[in-house]
Design a protein around this ligand. Structure first.
Ligand SMILES: *[C@@H]1O[C@H](CO)[C@@H](O)[C@H](O)[C@H]1NC(C)=O
Ligand SMILES: *[C@@H]1O[C@H](CO)[C@@H](O)[C@H](O)[C@H]1NC(C)=O
Ligand SMILES: *[C@@H]1O[C@H](CO)[C@@H](O)[C@H](O)[C@H]1NC(C)=O
Ligand SMILES: *[C@@H]1O[C@H](CO)[C@@H](O)[C@H](O)[C@H]1NC(C)=O
Length: 159
């Protein structure tokens, strides 16, 4: 009798526990659904976020900015104004979890893509920029030296 009473208690508790877990599960699912932002990267607000992130990324980095200003046919003052407007607007957009949920983290994307673009000589809409990193190093001096030697040899042979 005593044993079966204990068994009943344990059984009852485990039923409560299971029901509780199931209810909790359902609650979490419902909560998650209502908080999940709809991913829609082609929405106008996302295009705006992308543009702002791209321009701010370029405006903040002196390498990108310098290359952009050199390639741009528009005046430096107009471009500077555009960059500072983007830089002022980005922090709020970057920290907005709902916007980043709907659009993806376009700040992160802009940073990564700007770096990848630069290695191909692209900054924003401008391409065929002089790739940075190709600098006149000692190799260039050596090549020039060899060329001079060959020419000098040829000339002295001809004279
Ligand atoms: C912003 O940069 C990303 C990554 O390079 C590119 O895919 C996107 O087209 C750019 N968006 C705008 C509006 O410039
Ligand atoms: C988006 O990415 C940037 C740069 O990686 C980060 O600073 C920012 O906190 C991220 N935003 C969100 C909402 O996760
Ligand atoms: C600018 O971008 C280049 C290339 O991605 C990077 O090497 C450099 O550290 C950046 N400069 C600044 C000030 O963030
Ligand atoms: C990267 O290059 C693409 C294609 O040229 C361009 O649309 C995009 O704006 C560039 N992104 C950045 C951040 O420079």
């Amino acid at each position: 009798m005593h044993r079966s009473f204990l068994t009943n208690i344990v059984l009852l508790l485990s039923v409560f526990f299971t029901v509780g877990l199931a209810a909790q599960d359902k609650f979490v699912v419902v909560q998650r659904q209502s908080a999940e932002p709809v991913y829609s990267p082609s929405a106008p607000e996302c295009i705006e976020y992308a543009t702002t992130a791209n321009l701010s990324t370029i405006g903040t980095n002196s390498t990108y900015r310098g290359l952009y200003l050199r390639a741009s046919p528009v005046g430096t003052i107009a471009n500077a104004r555009m960059f500072s407007a983007a830089q002022a607007r980005l922090p709020a957009m970057m920290m907005d979890p709902a916007l980043n949920g709907r659009c993806g983290n376009l700040t992160d994307l802009a940073l990564k893509q700007a770096e990848a673009n630069l290695t191909q000589g692209i900054v924003a809409q401008f391409n065929k920029l002089p790739a940075p990193g190709i600098k006149a190093g000692p190799e260039v001096l050596a090549v020039v030296g060899v060329v001079v030697l060959v020419f000098t040899g040829t000339w002295s042979f001809m004279s």
